[in-house]
Each structure stands twice: as C-alpha cells, then as structure tokens.
Design a protein around this ligand. Structure first.
Ligand SMILES: [Mg+2]
Length: 273
C-alpha cells in the first residue's frame, strides 16, 4: 500500500483520484492522503490538477530528521541576488542569462560565477543593502517552515553559491542556525569583481552538509536538503530526503519530493501523523 500526499484539501479531486485507483482518502488540516495499491503517475496528476502530489517516502524517517539545509536563491528566497545586483549596474539581462544557464547545469559553476562577479566590478556596496531591503523576500511559507523545524528541534541552514552578505543577514532575520556562501571582495566601498576564498559550488554545498552532520553527530540520512538548481544536486543526493522547490527539470527528476505549486510550508505535510 502506497501513501500519496495531495498538498491541497480539495476533496473533489482527491475523491476522483481515489475512485479511479480503488483507493481511500484521509483528511488532514493542510492536505489529503490517498492510500492505494495502484501505481500512480504523479507527473500526470500534477499536470492534470495543477497541484502538488508526492508519495510519502518510505526511505526517510521523518521522526529522526535533525537538520534542514536549503539553497538560498530561488529556493528560500524569491530572487537570484546576483541578477538583482547586476540590475544596479544596468547589466541584468547579461548576468541573468548566465545564471539561468548555470542553474540548468549547462555551464561550469565556478567559471560562471567568476565571470558574473567580474561584471559587477566597481559597484557601490550600498546596492547590496538595496537588493536586500527592496527586492529580497522569503518565499511563501519559508518563515513558518523554519519556525516549524525549530519547534521540532531540527536545525536549519542556508548554503548558497551566492553571497555571504545575503545568507548571513537572512539567517539572522529568519532564525537559521548556519549560513555559508561566497564572500564578495570589497575595497573602498566598492565591489572589486572577485570573491574571497574558495568558491561555494555544488561540491562545497555537499561538503557543508557533511561538516554540519559531523558537528551535530548525526547521519546524512537525517538531513533534508532543498534546492532548485543544478548546483544543488550533489547536496541533495547525499541527504536522506531531497526536495525540489519550484526547480529546474533536472532537479525535479532527481528529487524525492517535488513542490512546484505550493509554498515551502508544504514540507510540513509530511510530518503529520
Ligand atoms: Mg537556487
């Protein structure tokens, strides 16, 4: 018997699916669970009803979850920070095009980051604050999710191929326990067009999870990793549970859980008993 989560409380849709698949349904506050022996084509359901559907994973123990690690840009927040910084230099289209290709996995991440950061050379650091205060928003359900994890004793972290200016500030604002990203080099109040230290790429993201697991004495099987881009695939593959959030097709294909319609708080549906 499989359990399918319909991440909406639309009874009509759930009933329709249950009848078609000789299943039963059970109502929860924020979602409906379907129980059936049939194999359902979730992609088809998602397309037909424009809702999020997922199997309740039987390979992950939600009660032993200990750490949530999320990508930042376009996962935990609504923007790609580097594209918005570039907007202040009037080069958003050029930079955004590179970001898009990098997130689709078409470009080497390191060289794409070096290229984009170089284009920002000379920009006043005040734009970082402007991007944060005027354009950056936590994605729907994000703050509730972090609070939910906190209440359950699950640590949370953000890891990003973006920049520490944003990850550190975000971590402070929404109560994340850890943050890691690239450090923009600054001189005389302006961006120098390079980053300091080694680049936080796909390998470094996975490494960050391992480091935190070691620090807390937990297994990577107890980690939930969420992302949307190609540079999240490695960290998602070592985590016990991977979540594709409004993600690129290559990420959706690899993830245990797919959320493409609802907010980050849809992850909470899996914890209901
Ligand atoms: Mg991202």
């Amino acid at each position: 018997m499989k359990t399918i989560i319909q991440h909406s409380t639309d009874t009509q849709i759930a009933t329709q699916i249950a009848i078609a698949n000789h299943g039963e349904i059970k109502h929860y506050n924020s979602h409906i669970r379907l129980y059936t022996d049939q194999n359902l084509d979730l992609d088809k359901l998602r397309q037909t009803y424009q809702l999020d559907f997922n199997y309740l994973p039987d390979t992950f123990d939600f009660q032993s979850a200990a750490l949530f690690v999320s990508d930042m840009d376009s996962t935990l927040i609504n923007i790609e920070c580097i594209d918005e910084i570039a907007d202040f230099a009037n080069i958003k289209p050029q930079v955004a095009a590179i970001t898009e290709r990098a997130m689709q996995g078409e470009l080497d991440f390191n060289s794409s980051l070096i290229e984009r950061v170089a284009l920002l050379k000379g920009l006043d650091v005040a734009v970082l604050n402007q991007v944060y205060t005027e354009r950056l928003q936590v994605n729907p359900g994000g703050k509730a999710l972090i609070q939910f994890f906190k209440n359950k004793g699950i640590y949370s972290a953000v890891v990003s191929g973006g920049f520490t200016y944003f990850t550190n500030r975000l971590a402070k604002d929404i109560g994340l326990d850890h943050a890691r990203a690239n450090e923009l080099d600054i001189k005389d109040g302006r961006l120098t067009g390079i980053t300091q230290g080694s680049i936080v790429n796909a390998d470094a993201k996975a490494e960050f999870i391992k480091e935190l697991c070691q620090q807390y004495g937990i297994s990577t099987n107890q980690v939930i990793a969420a992302g949307d881009g190609a540079n999240d695939l490695k960290m998602m593959s070592i985590a016990g549970l991977s979540v594709a959030y409004h993600a690129k097709p290559s990420v959706i294909k690899q993830a245990n859980i797919v959320i493409s319609v609802g907010g980050l708080d849809k992850m909470m549906d899996f914890f209901d008993e």
